[in-house]
Design a protein around this ligand. Structure first.
Ligand SMILES: [Mg+2]
Length: 348
């Protein structure tokens, strides 16, 4: 089954001035790029990557895929998806196999696996070999721009929907504000619900150790991205100093970044992002490597691709998602996300 065309569809969306806020940035929306791979057997596959901000990013990525990545994949066998992944990495090496280039590689890699799954009439996890038939899920409930009443309302909805774990943003200017937010949420969700916190790279190592010790006392389950994402030495220092597990990875690129952190004992919970990791091919590598190091895998972001990947990882810990909106195909049972049943990465 050969790749005959790759259609690149760009959606630009300029932020409206609103948007949720974490300790690093306001996420006002930035569009998406969808690639549709066509084959000589009539089967097609889709991969899509989105942007939380930067309105011009989708058009720039569209041009990068069209001019640089598409020529690597055209006329190749879809079944050589891992080989195509390696060649795309090599092709991007001159200007850097990270940043937007990885978003593009991820989109094509996702579309190729989706195509293979559809050709076989099976979810991708059946091609890879599954371990789990459902994945524990948590809801992101507390952005920094929410006031306490709003956070309480969202926590109540999360519990109603069946979540048994939630995450909030921290990284307010003071530890006291962070602690008050954690205590507000703890009251809203009860003692049994798992609570994680995320500072989105906003602190120094010394401050992250100080706040991490306070969060340990408050029974917080993990301490996510306390310091800048590429500071492997800082993360190693944090992980050694704190008992609370240090989680990071959503801003790391490719399996090599994760290897640096794992070899340095700089991460307790690995959180790979589909776009920055480099697509399902890379997420599987990252997840299996983390398992060898005895570290759990938690997704950054949810969706059917991460669910299919996590179904195949022995060390899967938690799927990240938001509240379940009306019409969403995501279903919870005992706090766990049910897996998509459709071929490739489709839900049905
Ligand atoms: Mg995060």
């Amino acid at each position: 089954m050969k790749i005959t065309d790759i259609d690149v569809r760009v959606t630009a969306r300029r932020g409206t001035g609103g948007g949720v806020r974490d300790a690093l940035q306001t996420l006002s929306g930035g569009g998406s790029v969808e690639v549709v791979v066509s084959t000589d057997e009539g089967v097609s596959g889709t991969g899509s990557v989105g942007f939380g901000r930067i309105a011009g990013a989708s058009a720039t990525l569209g041009a990068l895929i069209e001019n640089e990545l598409k020529p690597v994949a055209l006329d190749r066998e879809v079944a050589h998806v891992r080989g195509i992944h390696q060649e795309m990495l090599r092709e991007m090496e001159y200007h850097g196999a990270f940043g937007l280039a990885m978003f593009g590689i991820a989109a094509i890699d996702t579309a190729l696996w989706d195509c293979l799954g559809r050709a076989h009439g099976e979810p991708c996890r059946h091609l890879w070999g599954a371990v789990h038939d459902r994945i524990p899920a948590y809801a992101m409930v507390g952005w920094l721009n929410y006031d306490d009443d709003e956070v309480r309302r969202i926590c109540a909805r999360a519990i109603e929907q069946g979540f048994r774990a939630v995450k909030i943003k921290v990284g307010f200017p003071t530890l006291r504000e962070d602690t008050e937010r954690i205590e507000t949420v703890r009251k809203a969700i009860g003692e049994e619900t798992v609570l994680m916190v995320d500072a989105n790279q906003s602190l120094t190592t010394a401050e992250a150790i100080r706040r991490g010790r306070a969060y340990e006392q408050l029974g917080v389950y993990w301490w996510e991205e306390p310091i800048p994402a590429d500071d492997v030495e800082g993360y190693a220092e944090l992980a050694a100093a704190l008992d609370i597990p240090v989680a990071t990875g959503e801003n790391l690129y490719t399996v090599r970044d994760f290897a640096r952190f794992l070899k340095r004992d700089a991460v307790d919970i690995v959180q790979a992002d589909l776009r920055r990791g480099g697509g399902p091919t890379a997420l599987l590598q990252i997840g299996w490597m983390a398992d060898v190091f005895g570290r759990p895998y938690a997704s950054h972001g949810g969706g059917p691709v991460q669910l299919n990947v996590m179904a195949c990882l022995p060390n899967s810990l938690y799927l990240e998602t938001g509240l379940i909106e009306p019409g969403s195909p995501l279903k919870l049972e005992d706090g766990c996300a049910q897996l998509p049943q459709g071929p490739g990465f489709s839900w049905e």
